[in-house]
Design a protein around this ligand. Structure first.
Ligand code: MG
Length: 357
């Protein structure tokens, strides 16, 4: 699968640079876990003989990473990466990165993304082609409606008018009111994300049965991830797919999710990047599981990387850049609600501001 990585022959090594930033949201973003108006990210640049690969780490609170942890990890990775060349097996480079320290999945992802971008550029091929994805199989992305008051919900639905699927954040006592408010304005398909907000399986089933009559396609992470038996019971009885998000972070989690969830939501920031994400797609398909690719609050850098795999999955939720005040990259475009991959080499992004001076 990765034989293309071996095609480039050079003795020069790779140099990692990185810069921390804070992304401001257009509007405050509230879910069952809490509310935020910005998110920390770190952008990476991996250089090899004047060719640059770009990456991004975005750190949601629940992954326990922040600027200090990511910068500390990247300082160690920078020394390690100097020992490698782009022609080395990506598996051995990323295994060595993974072994620096446990956890740190977003920090690992920003290295994986930059490495894929760099190697794609050195091969002069887009990553979607190298990863075996047909870019013409573009999917409609969901557009997120976080928790809000009726006025805010109305405004967000208006902002989402180009998008044919809404991702609605539930998991509070206002759930039915939120859906009823949305249904006053639109009959679009909805993906519900409860973010572990329903603690009781009978209440969760009752809610899911009601939602299935409201044009809801699936429910993401209905119950706390520790409630494994209750979730398996719920998935068996649910009329619509139950997708694991918080419960499945890396490849090794899929085994535990089999028979408990109908499918998984893969995010590069949880799973350490494209290399492991591709393995997760293969394993989930082997088990007959549905697959969604999602994102954190990310710029077009991280989202364009994830989009390289979009043609291989069932649903995509890659609206990160749409919710930001400032996107630091140009990359995959959104057109009439679909995400459109370009033919630029690597992950197809360019910084639109001077990030690395
Ligand atoms: Mg989720």
């Amino acid at each position: 699968m990765y034989q293309w990585y071996g095609l480039y022959i050079s003795m020069a090594h790779m140099k990692l640079s990185y810069v921390p930033k804070t992304l401001a949201f257009k509007r405050p973003f509230s879910i069952a876990h809490g509310s935020r108006d910005s998110t920390p990210v770190v952008f990476t640049r991996l250089e090899h003989e004047g060719v640059f690969g770009y990456g991004e780490a975005s750190m949601p609170p629940y992954l326990a990473e922040d600027h200090p942890t990511v910068l500390a990890f990247l300082a160690k990775a920078k020394i390690l990466l100097q020992q490698f060349k782009p022609a080395d097996e990506i598996e051995s480079i990323l295994s060595a990165v993974d072994e620096i320290e446990k956890g740190n999945t977003a920090a690992k992802a920003c290295i994986d993304i930059a490495l894929h971008d760099l190697v794609g550029k050195l091969q002069n091929k887009p990553c979607h082609e190298l990863l075996g994805a047909d870019k013409l199989k573009t999917l409609f992305t969901a557009y997120t409606i976080p928790m809000d008051d009726p006025q805010g919900i109305r405004e967000r639905i208006e902002e989402a008018k180009e998008y044919s699927i809404l991702k609605v954040k539930l998991g509070s006592i206002n759930d039915k009111k939120i859906i009823e408010e949305i249904r006053k304005h639109t009959s679009k398909n909805i993906i519900v994300d409860a973010n572990e907000g329903w603690a009781d399986k009978n209440t969760a089933l009752e809610m899911i049965e009601w939602l299935s009559g409201q044009n809801v396609l699936l429910v993401e992470q209905p119950m706390p991830k520790v409630q494994v038996e209750a979730t398996a019971w719920l998935s068996a009885k649910s009329p619509i797919p139950i997708i694991a998000d918080e419960a499945v972070q890396r490849l090794s989690d899929i085994e535990k999710a089999k028979g408990v969830y109908t499918g998984i939501n893969i995010k590069l920031m949880k799973c350490t990047g494209l290399h492991e994400a591709q393995k997760m797609i293969l394993l989930a398909r082997k088990y007959g599981m549905k697959i969604m690719i999602g994102c954190m609050s990310e710029t077009s850098c991280g989202v364009s990387a994830a989009a390289q795999l979009a043609p291989l999955v069932d649903w995509i939720d890659l609206d990160g850049p749409l919710l930001l005040k400032e996107d630091f990259f140009d990359g995959a475009l959104f057109s009439k609600g679909k995400i459109i991959l370009n033919d630029l080499p690597g992950i197809g992004v360019k910084p639109n501001t001077a990030l690395f001076q």
